[in-house]
Design a protein around this ligand. Sequence first.
Ligand code: BDP
Length: 705
Amino acid sequence: MRLVAILTGLLLLTAPVAHAEDGHDLWLRYRPVEATAGYAPAVIAPVADTPTLKVARAELERGLTGLVGAPSPQTGRVILIGTPASSPAIARLALPLQAAGDEGYLIRTLSVDGKATTVIAANRDVGALYGVYRYLSLIQTRQPVDNLNIASAPKVRLRMLNHWDNLDRSVERGYAGQSIWDWWKLPAYSADPRYVDYARANASIGVNGTVLNNVNAKSVSLTAPWIAKAGALADVFRPYGIKVYLTARFSSPIEIGGLKTADPRDPAVKAFWKAKADEIYKVIPDFGGFLVKANSEGQPGPQDYGATHVDGANTLADAIGSRGVVIWRAFVYSHEQPDDRAKQGYSEFKPFDGQFRDNVVIQVKNGAIDFQPREPFHPLFGAMPKSNLGMEFQITKEYLGFATHLAYLGPMYEETLRADTFAKGKGSTVAKVVEGALDGRKLTAMAGVANIGVDRNWSGSHFDQANWYVFGRLAWDPEASSRDIAADWARMTFSNDKRFVTPVVDMMMSSRETVVDYMTPLGLHHQMGRSHHYGPGPWVSGGERADWTSVYYAKAGANGVGFDRTAKGSNAVAQYAAPVGACFADLNCVDEKDLLWFHHLPWDYRLKSGQTLWDGLVTHYSRGVAGVDAMGETWGDMAPYVDAERHAQVAAFLKIQRSEAQWWRDASVSWFQTFSQRPLPAGENAPPLSLEAYQAMSFPYAPGI
Ligand code: BDP
């Protein structure tokens, strides 16, 4: 017994003090810096007694204590946080805070009363909170903090997460477990520490709004008991500068209002929405507003009554008034689109430019189809200068291998944001549209479909945390570099050792292209299984509606492959500004990465590499598989720099990804070969996949399981 006790005691003594690294801390992982790093503890000056400044101070104390040790008066260093209104000391400094706006901040090293002082100042409390997170990140990424002169302000006003969380806690297209909203226990129990950690994580990257529920909405979420639940969450998030929004099902006036119609022109319907908004604002005085998916994928909408998107959006916008916004999605998919689903959003919305109320944001997905691994930018960007146009990215990887495939989405977001719409000549980038800079718009927005669930690591995999992180950082500054952001994330989340940072950032930066290669190379798109969206889908499309399938989008046949969107085909290119459309339509100009998005080409078409299209396609698929092998090797080498627990999970997921990349490659190659009827290039092989073999590999997504 004694021996056991002694051994146990020894084990306890040698066990690491820190709790297991399960990823729950995200990038707010305030582990001690190396002694050599040269940071010293500091004293945090008292702050004004406001909820946000109190959390700012608490976060700073928590971060500094973890990173450099408990605040100590001995060092003679002081950190002063606040606004001129709340802190006479800051007011006396007369800092140039105009450029900081409502949410920005200044961080300066100054001498105040003879003491070296780091001043984190803002016009509003929330700016000071953002400044605190920035200051901590400097230490987390080992940058000098002794002589600071930083100014930062967000370029986009609404930086929001869209949760596709259902009221039964399932999450549509969520791969990180159940919804973190524990509706059953709300509003009584809102003290779940997860809610605070969620708010901290979001505030740390500047996210200032959250839509709690699924765009495929339920009316019941707008009834009193559910408004109270949302209100309890809003109370938790408020100090962190995060507003709560709700989705609104368009037919709510019928379903919960007892009306016979939801026609937005009907006075009783208008009155319903006004009363509903008033009811919500009584409970949530800073309610952000409604997000609406209407007349898309079977959801109800104004068109059901012969009314328009303008009628629908404006009715809700009038109900909300100056208190908030209505975010109306331009993702409209209906069965009626005759020739090309890529054209529907533009066709339905462009004619209404200038007719939406000032508090309406039209939320447009990054591409014209649907969150594919690669899409050219959506033609609505730049095409509606008299409307508020927001960006919708998907953070959850519905079409990029869920949580098990490693794909850093920063380069994908950046590719879209940097694309040039040419709407007002060269330099009219999508980022400039989203920032409102191109058309002088003030109400700007960027939304990300969240990848968050109850999994300990929040996102289902450690690397998917990076996608949440990069979304927030790009929403703050759509022109920031996804590589720099990846480096910050890797340092804050894992290690500052450059033997880790350099290879891992390189791996992250190429990871999305690797996924594109094994799933949808050369501009192919929508090749996944129709319902699960996980594996390759060519064979399961039999019997489905032709216009919803991989068959429809690939247009493969004996004569070639690809979707002709030139004037000879659907002419979707005409929805872009003239120079852009002309380039997409011109084989000498279009980027090969978008080739089969815009062109239907013969199998023997010559690629720039000199390969035929058929050979090149196969080469891309194989390159994708090789890319996953390379990631596996890189990650294997990282074991010395990463705790065993997180290292093992990433390694295991890379193995899954490896076998599924092969699955994608083999299925796609053997399917396309049935059309190309050409031999595989030298050195390549692919087992011909029967429907049965394909379905066996689809486990657990195969029909009937
Ligand atoms: C599609 C998803 C579907 C969503 C839809 C949307 O498969 O679950 O409801 O997008 O954005 O990609 O509304």
